[in-house]
Design a protein around this ligand. Structure first.
Ligand code: AMP
Length: 207
């Protein structure tokens, strides 16, 4: 498949988890703006420190910052045949800017109701050694790695509620925008990780 794929959905829908599987399936590299911002923050770059206040408040980082980050990333050679965007675009201006950067051929929207989101995010843990994502109930970690798992600073209930409201106000309208373009495919995100992966791979196989 030519062009880039966008993984769309609320925070905690399972975009990062499914991204790993789509990368294996398509060979396209994953481009996660959230991961890029967290890396910048851990290195205390100017961009990371600027983004920090928005991320910790559960707000979106300004469009110009995000678009600059994506433009730079898309100049790298592995992005030539398209990438898998995870957590980008999150606003209509970001999607408009993306149109002049790469062709988006498919948008996969992972649908999860609001009432499930808080539990999914608050129970989420990450293995800092390999980036593997677990959930204390839905995807418990093996005992040998459990001691080293970390929780994202913005994965607390108060910040999650702010992130959800940013999602509804600024990101959700983008779903309709892509729907009108005829490239949005919705999948039910509440099944098991394998069930969601199967629905996504069906979509990607038939394209
Ligand atoms: P994520 O890991 O995708 O949940 O992103 C974590 C945080 O990074 C978000 O709550 C935002 O503050 C910021 N962020 C990530 N991607 C974007 C984006 N495309 N536009 C604006 N802010 C973003």
């Amino acid at each position: 498949m030519t062009g880039s794929i966008v993984l769309f959905g609320p925070p905690g829908a399972g975009k990062g988890t499914q991204a790993d599987k789509i990368v294996q399936l398509t060979g396209k590299p994953q481009v996660s703006t959230g991961d890029m911002l967290r890396l910048a923050l851990s290195k205390e770059t100017e961009l990371g420190l600027e983004a920090k206040k928005y991320m910790e408040a559960g707000q979106l980082v300004p469009d110009n910052v995000i678009i600059g980050l994506i433009k730079d990333r898309m100049h790298e050679s592995d992005a030539r045949n398209g990438v898998l965007f995870d957590g980008f675009p999150r606003t209509i201006p970001q999607a408009e800017a993306l149109e002049s950067i790469t062709e988006v051929s498919t948008v996969i929207s992972i649908e999860v109701p609001d009432e499930d989101i808080v539990n999914r995010i608050v129970g989420r843990r990450m293995d800092p050694e390999n980036g593997e994502i677990y959930h204390i109930t839905f995807k418990p970690p093996p005992t040998e790695v459990a001691h080293r798992l970390v929780q994202r600073k913005d994965d607390n209930e108060e910040t999650v509620r702010m992130r959800l409201s940013s999602y509804h106000e600024q990101t959700k309208p983008l779903g309709d925008w892509y729907m009108e373009k005829g490239i949005l495919h919705a999948v039910e995100g509440t099944g098991s990780i394998e069930e969601v992966a199967r629905s996504i791979s069906k979509i990607l196989t038939f394209l």
